[in-house]
Write a protein that binds this ligand. Structure first.
Ligand SMILES: *Cc1c(COP(=O)(O)O)cnc(C)c1O
Length: 467
């Protein structure tokens, strides 16, 4: 683009960044958004104007127009981590942040953010206290264990237990339990990083007591039992119960670590999912250490619980890695509040969103889909067909992988529309509050199980970009 010197290029007529920043119109932007963000937005507005001029736009925008464009950028840029609608049908969706917290937990975390808290301070003695003191009694009461500690997540809990008891020693595990959890949690890799020597016993489908017994030697650090959270081995199978393994471990003078994965503090069969052993039952079976997640079926924030014998927990607390894996005050507050709710089991489903979502009946979800169908159809127009269809939700996060929860969905078919399903899904993700559904059977399926009735109006106003 060679311009004659006598005719100044329209590009050169654009004001400089400094000129725009110094203009009176920039003052409110600087006040609201600060210098760095405002400068970035002004640069972006100038870049947009240059692009428009190069592609043939005739008018050079003035300072007002450029700052209006900068302002819309500043105000329109949503936070990266922001609320979405989880209409995937997976209640505990790891990529969407798993459990939603109870109001009591949210309030407690907020207070802990706003005020100093007695995080490691004993208010009776006026002396240093322990972080775990805030939940120790509750966990003893709810699980029957002698002692308890908390770390960043269940992966950290397993890592810490292995490192405490099997650093440079053997950790015996069944070949049927060498799990991989989504992401990068693979039991053999965690064992290696914990410094434990993995001693595999048995076969994929069958492991016997003798397999464990024959593997125990003077260098054995612990026996590990892992809940095969996200798969089932069916057919010709055999596994050794935690109770038998605990006996064996006791005889050998080593601990049994039982990684429950999701772990639940109450019998969940009342909420429409398969009954699994509770943490209390796992403790009663005699495991020296039991680990489980905070943000799976328990319905709290991300955390890893380790409960077990006093001696085992003391050894864990002496491990220097504990410090690197501990939880912060916000989560500690949210966890304490969540655990307190378990003292009133009758009202859990009202208070814990995870249980509330799991417990919803298909009829309830279908009635909601019926309420919303016409509004969504009206919004989408003629070229889409919106139907209420039946579907199955799942628990998610590897918990109860074979359970399906009968549910209902809005199924959007791009009838006669030029838009493909991928484009349709992308458009829903592009809403002010992104809506995440699932493409299945030629439709975009929005399973409404996790849409609270109280949020329906936000869901609808969101469609018109007014959320
Ligand atoms: C989910 C899970 C983990 C990892 O727990 P996070 O809390 O996600 O770190 C470990 N073990 C088992 C068996 C699991 O199901």
């Amino acid at each position: 683009m060679d311009m004659a010197d006598s005719a100044p290029s329209p590009l050169r007529q654009l004001p400089a960044v400094a000129t725009l920043l110094a203009s009176p119109q920039a003052v409110p932007l600087l006040e609201a958004h600060g210098r760095i963000a405002t400068t970035d937005a002004i640069r972006a507005a100038l870049e947009g104007a240059r692009h428009a001029l190069r592609s043939g736009a005739a008018a050079v925008p003035d300072i007002d127009a450029l700052l209006v464009s900068a302002r819309s950028q500043l105000e329109g840029r949503p936070a990266s981590l922001r609320p979405v609608f989880n209409l995937t049908g997976t209640v505990l969706h790891t990529n969407l942040g798993r459990a939603l917290l109870a109001e009591a937990a949210i309030a407690a975390a907020t207070e802990a953010m706003r005020h100093p808290v007695a995080l490691e301070y004993d208010l009776e003695e006026g002396a240093r206290g322990e972080r775990d003191d805030h939940v120790r009694e509750l966990l003893r009461e709810l699980t029957g264990a002698e002692d308890a500690t908390l770390v960043n997540n269940n992966a950290a809990a397993v890592l810490l237990c292995l490192n405490t008891f099997a650093l440079g020693h053997g950790a015996i595990v069944s070949r049927g339990e060498l799990i991989e959890i989504g992401g990068a949690f693979r039991m053999p890799d965690i064992m290696a990083r914990a410094g434990a020597n993995m001693v595999e016993v048995g076969t994929t489908n069958r492991t016997h007591a003798a397999d464990y017994r024959n593997a125990i030697d003077a260098n054995t650090g612990l026996i590990l039992k892992v809940h095969t959270s996200n798969y089932r081995i069916e057919g010709f199978t055999a596994e050794v119960s935690a109770r038998d393994l605990a006996h064996m471990a006791n005889t050998a003078g080593i601990p049994l670590l039982n990684d429950l994965g999701s772990g639940s503090l109450v019998d969940l069969s009342a909420y429409g999912v398969t009954r699994e052993a509770t943490v209390r039952e796992a403790v009663a079976e005699g495991a020296h250490l039991v680990t489980f997640s905070g943000d799976k079926l328990l319905g709290g924030p991300q955390a890893g619980f380790i409960v077990g014998s006093r001696a085992s927990i003391e050894a864990i607390n002496r491990n220097p890695l504990k410090r690197a894996l501990r939880v912060d005050k916000m989560r500690m507050a949210a966890i304490e509040a969540t655990l307190r709710l378990y003292r009133d089991p009758d009202r859990l489903a009202e208070r814990l969103p995870t249980l509330r979502f799991l417990a919803r009946s298909r009829d309830d979800v279908a009635a909601q889909a019926g309420r919303l169908r016409d509004r969504v159809a009206a919004h989408l127009g003629e070229t889409f067909r919106v139907e209420v269809g039946m579907c199955n939700s799942q628990v998610g996060s590897g918990a109860l992988p074979l359970d399906t929860l009968p549910s209902a969905a809005l199924q959007i078919h791009p009838n006669g529309s030029q838009r493909t399903l991928d484009e349709l899904a992308a458009a829903w993700r592009g809403l002010p509050r992104p809506v995440i559904g699932r493409i299945t059977d030629g439709a975009l399926q929005l399973d409404l199980r996790c849409l609270d009735e109280a949020d329906e109006h936000i869901f609808l106003s969101n469609l018109t970009g007014r959320a």
